[in-house]
Each structure stands twice: as structure tokens, then as C-alpha cells.
Design a protein around this ligand. Structure first.
Ligand code: ZN
Length: 514
């Protein structure tokens, strides 16, 4: 039998039979993921209608395969087989998590799963058109349908007493997360961030923003960000980088990771930030155990942990002075002498300038979480019926004024900017902030554990950080929940303190506020 925490393959007959059946069903999901990637990157417009049907069919087949009665019998037999094993050994974790997934999946009719997949594919296409034309009305009927289907899904799943529909949906992205818990984190965090933003707004010293408004050829930008992704550790033998309207990281398994980015002709940081972010997701996927592919021990812990990986590479690494000491001399290989008049300080300032804006994925570290809080509140309100879908643009714009003091100019830069709702994903957004908090907390610990970690960035040495993440996070699969993992690795529960320390240590000197 397996030892305490080794990821050795299952040897018991009941386990091997169950795991083979689950891996078989997961293959259908992984195939669907590739079609989803293709839809965002390569597919011609004409392919949209049939693609929806393809994805819907695969979702139905995967659901039927996973919820077949024989899987229930196999799980029961497997539970007996692991009864005497340590609860955190790989086999026991796989059985525990398969049971959890199964109990949820059997509550959903295959017809609803298929309809949601079809709707998501069609709605995504409608979203691209509506966003391009900056016209919410073109997306409104689709969002209405998505909210309705998500409510049906939540009703099927149910939620704990005192909870709400949002909780049932969020559980897919972050196990057991509830709106009440999110609010407990978000309310004090908003107050702390607001205080910091007020101080920054009143500062007399202003960092230079010039590099963020400096045109560089997109072809050269592409070569540059590809090089950066490779240097920080993304393995191009087991992954790709392409372009899409909304950067994301997907793919079919840890040896075939598909990430995307987008380019702004006037700001290389847009592509660099989103590429380092997606590469963080990609390296997490590549760090999962291939032998366990399709099983919980070969899957990511949840979206908050996923986001901690992307945000750490984007922020703690990519916006640091240490990183830019190494990165600045690299610019000439891609842009010639075009950037020579920008000093190291200019680049560091541009990477960290705080400026409340409309677009979440382009926002700075101090305002980022405000964007997330707005989305959390709105998706909760849409589900609970407190905001009618037709009123979304107006309510969105009002909240941007209130939280960030900005006037949203149009729907494209307002409520149409994110792809998530069009993909049917409601309950997802708070994982961005929880992941951002975890990133700061993990990084503080990595810095203690690995002497000279950041000084290594000065020389382009990122492998020590990646190895630390592989050992402490990637190899654990779904063994621990978010808070358990956080306590186990850092010795403390998840807290906003490390992120606030990170922001204040960087931004107060930058704005002359010390
Ligand atoms: Zn992300």
C-alpha cells in the first residue's frame, strides 16, 4: 500500500478500476479544453455554431461517463480500500475528492450540463461581438440566460443553511467558499486599500509613467515576452503562447498547456504583465503530477491557489526592482536602442505606478482588488435579483465611480471587459483577490526559506523560486484546501497583512510617503 504522502500509483484493485474510469471521463474534459482554446485563438467566425454543439456534446458525454451508477459503486469499494490508510496519502485524497465531485455531479441533469456548455460557447461569441462594438444590448439576452441557468444549477446543488445561490456556484472554483466569508475578507481590505490610495493620491512625489506610453513594435514585444516566459521557467516543450481577446491559460494536461496574451502597441507592460501572469498559471499546471493526470492529485488545488501562482510571478517577481535590474539590459536584444533613454528607475516606476482605471487586467497592484470587489458584489446581486441584467452597465459604472473615482466611458471598458460571465462562470472573481493575498503570504515564506532568493532575480535566476513552489504547492495537487495549504506552508491562516506589507514597502517610498 502507499506510504503517508507519496504519490505512488494505486495498487488495490478497487482503486485502479475507479481511477481508470475517472481518468477516462477526464479525457473528454481535456479534449473539450483544447476545443475551447481553439475557439479563443484560431477558430474562424464561421465555426462558432458547430463549436457550441461540439462542446455541448463533450460536456454531456463527460458528465454521463462520470455520473454512471457503476462509478458510484466503484467509489464505495474504493472508500473501503482506503479506510485504513493515512487520510492525506495520494490514494485517500483521490478517493475523497472523487467522492466530493461525484456527489455534486449526480445532482445535475445531463441536459442542464449540455445546455450550459452550448450557451457558454454561443454567449462567448456574442460577447466578443458586443465587446468589439461596445454594445451591451447585444450581450444582454445571453447574460440573462446564463444567470438563469446558473440559478437552476445552484438550485440543483443546494447550499448550506444561511447561505445563498452564489455559494453553490463558488464551490466549483474554491471549495466551500461562501459569500459571507468573502465579505469578511473584502470589507476590511477595501478600507485598508482606500486609505493607502488616499495617501497616494495626495502625494507630492509622482513616479514616471513614460514607459507605459512608449510605442514599441508588437512583433518585437512578442519575441520579448516569449523570452521572458521561458526564462522564468515556462516549458515551451509542454506548452504554447498565442494571442486572444482576453488572456487566459488552458490546455489539456500538464504536458500540453496553452496560454495566451494580448499586445498593446503603446505599452509593453500589458503583454509582459499578462504573459508573466499566465506563465505563472502555466508553470503550476506543468508542475502537476503527469502520472495523476485526470485525478484530483494531478489537479490544481482550486482557483485561489492557481491565482496565487500567477499573481506572484506577475507582481512579486515581475514588478520588482530585482527583476528589472536583470530585465532592463535584455531590452536591447529585442528593441535595439529604442529604450536606452529609460533608466532602471524609470522602468521600475512605470511597472508600479498607481492609477485608478477601468480595466482590471491592466490595473496596478493597489487598485486591482477594488475591481474584483465590484464584480463580486454585482454577480451576487444579479443572482439574488437585486440588479436586473438590463441595468448592469449603469450599476457597474456607478460602482466604478464610488470605488475608484473613475467615469467609465463605454461598455467595452465597462461591464463587457471580462470574459468570465460569458463563459457561464459566476462565483469565480473573489479567487483573484484570495489568490493575490496568498501570493504575498507564500512569497514572504519563500524569501525566508531560500536565502538570496530576490538577489538571484538580479542575475535572471528564477529556478530557486520555481523549485520552492513545485515542492510546496504544485506537487500537492488537491491534497489540501486553500486555508489548510496556507497554514501548512506558511504556518499561519490566510491574511491580508502580507499583501499590505508588500504594497506599503513598495509604494510608500515610490510616492515619497515614508
Ligand atoms: Zn489568473
Amino acid at each position: 500500500m502507499t506510504t503517508a504522502t507519496a504519490n505512488t500509483p494505486a495498487t488495490h484493485n478497487a482503486l485502479t478500476t475507479l481511477f481508470a474510469a475517472v481518468q477516462d471521463a477526464a479525457l473528454l474534459h481535456s479534449t473539450a479544453n483544447l476545443l475551447g482554446w481553439d475557439q479563443e485563438t484560431m477558430m474562424p467566425d464561421g465555426g462558432a455554431e458547430l463549436r457550441g454543439r461540439q462542446l455541448s456534446q463533450l460536456a454531456r458525454l463527460a458528465h454521463e461517463a462520470f455520473t454512471a451508477p457503476k462509478i458510484g459503486d466503484l467509489i464505495a469499494a474504493a472508500q473501503e480500500a482506503v479506510a485504513g490508510m493515512p487520510t492525506d496519502c495520494a490514494d485517500a485524497v483521490n478517493v475523497r475528492e472523487i467522492r466530493r465531485d461525484y456527489d455534486k455531479a449526480v445532482k445535475l441533469p445531463a441536459s442542464l450540463v449540455a445546455e450550459m456548455a452550448l450557451t457558454a460557447s454561443q454567449a462567448q461569441h456574442a460577447w466578443v461581438v458586443a465587446r468589439r462594438d461596445s454594445d451591451f444590448k447585444k450581450f444582454q439576452p445571453w447574460l440573462e440566460k446564463i444567470v438563469k441557468l446558473n440559478l437552476q444549477k445552484a438550485q440543483c446543488l443546494g447550499w448550506p443553511k444561511g447561505g445563498e445561490a452564489w455559494d453553490a456556484l463558488a464551490d466549483y472554483f474554491e471549495p466551500a467558499l461562501t459569500a459571507v466569508e468573502v465579505t469578511k475578507v473584502f470589507e476590511p481590505l477595501r478600507a485598508r486599500l482606500q486609505k493607502l490610495l488616499d495617501r497616494i493620491r495626495g502625494a507630492s512625489k509622482q513616479p514616471s509613467n513614460a514607459f507605459n506610453e512608449f510605442a514599441l513594435p508588437v512583433d518585437s514585444q512578442e519575441k520579448f515576452v516569449r523570452y521572458m516566459a521561458k526564462r522564468i521557467g515556462f516549458d515551451f516543450n509542454c506548452g504554447r503562447l498565442d494571442r486572444s481577446a482576453h488572456p487566459f491559460c488552458g490546455g489539456s494536461h500538464c504536458r500540453d498547456v496553452r496560454m495566451t496574451t494580448r499586445y498593446s502597441p503603446t505599452c509593453v507592460f500589458d503583454a509582459l504583465g499578462s504573459t508573466m501572469h499566465e506563465a505563472g498559471h502555466g508553470m503550476y499546471e506543468q508542475g502537476l503530477d503527469f502520472a495523476q493526470a485526470g485525478l484530483p492529485m494531478g489537479s490544481a488545488a482550486g482557483l485561489s491557489v492557481h491565482e496565487s501562482q500567477s499573481r506572484m510571478w506577475e507582481n512579486q517577481v515581475g514588478r520588482s526592482m530585482h527583476f528589472w535590474k536583470w530585465a532592463r539590459p535584455q531590452l536591447s536584444a529585442f528593441f535595439g536602442d529604442a529604450c536606452d533613454h529609460f533608466t532602471l528607475v524609470h522602468l521600475y516606476q512605470a511597472a508600479n505606478v498607481v492609477e485608478p482605471g477601468f480595466i482590471r487586467v491592466e490595473s496596478d497592484e493597489a487598485t486591482y482588488n477594488m475591481h474584483v470587489m465590484i464584480r463580486f458584489q454585482l454577480e451576487r446581486d444579479m443572482l439574488n435579483g437585486n440588479v436586473a441584467i438590463k441595468d448592469l452597465p449603469g450599476v457597474w459604472n456607478k460602482m466604478y465611480k464610488e470605488y475608484l473615482g473613475v467615469t467609465v466611458p463605454d461598455d467595452r471598458r465597462g461591464c463587457l471587459q471580462d470574459v468570465h460571465w460569458s463563459m457561464g462562470m459566476i462565483g469565480y472573481f473573489p479567487t483573484y483577490t484570495l489568490g493575490t493575498l496568498l501570493a504575498a503570504q507564500l512569497f514572504e515564506k519563500a524569501r525566508k526559506d531560500v536565502p538570496g532568493l530576490e538577489e538571484g532575480f538580479n542575475r535572471g535566476e528564477f529556478a530557486p523560486l520555481l523549485s520552492w513552489l513545485r515542492k510546496n504547492v504544485h506537487s500537492e495537487g488537491r491534497r489540501y484546501r486553500l486555508d489548510e495549504l496556507c497554514r501548512k506552508v506558511t504556518g499561519a491562516p490566510l491574511s491580508a497583512d502580507p499583501m499590505m506589507r508588500h504594497l506599503e514597502a513598495k509604494l510608500l517610498p515610490l510616492y515619497g510617503l515614508e
